[in-house]
Ligand binder design. Sequence first.
Ligand SMILES: Cc1cc2nc3c(=O)[nH]c(=O)nc-3n(C[C@H](O)[C@H](O)[C@H](O)COP(=O)(O)O)c2cc1C
Length: 201
Amino acid sequence: MNAIIEAIRTRRAQKSFDPSYTISDEELTSILDTTRYAPTAFNLQNYRFLVVRDAEQRRKIKEVAWNQPQIEECAALIIICADTQAWQKDPARYWKDTPEQVQELYTGMIRQYYEGKPQVQRDEAFRSSGIAAYALMMAAAAHGLQTCPMDGFDFGSVAEIIRLPKDYELVMFVALGKGLEAPKGRGGFLPLEEIVAHDTF
Ligand SMILES: Cc1cc2nc3c(=O)[nH]c(=O)nc-3n(C[C@H](O)[C@H](O)[C@H](O)COP(=O)(O)O)c2cc1C
């Protein structure tokens, strides 16, 4: 099977991690470096990753996340946040490798697209961050690691614990590490006909 298809089809939400496995800074950096190749609208790169490895910090987070064991057992808990205001933070830098006219063009388009539209600002940042979460899961898989996407936590409490900056929104966690037990059987898929339509709904 093609390696990409296989990675997509074999990924599972890992519920138990080997707590004795530690991930090196180098490996984690490599995974996050790959993750940022995920696409973002207008190349805003508005995802932000908080890497939580500190034991005390994870204990606190677990308490407000239904005591889910993955939080403490994984090698690194990645908290994915979206900077909803990235669009107005010197946007020319998102196009810094292009000629100045292109930078100006994008700066104008970005302002026009986002200014005065809080819902668009939030939706777009969440879209891009969600894609990044999946890229992170795939990059981890390429390193032979397992992941668990998570949003089973109290968003307000986690925001306090991690001192979430004011422009940021919490999107989700991705716990990553060495899986212990293989996840149980899948929940089951809906028939393709139920989720795919053609040309119009
Ligand atoms: C946005 C999101 C939030 C999730 N939150 C949790 C969670 O808090 N705890 C958990 O154990 N699994 C969580 N999951 C994992 C799902 O339960 C799992 O992906 C789903 O049942 C399909 O199983 P699979 O990923 O093994 O194919 C979450 C998945 C997503 C995409």
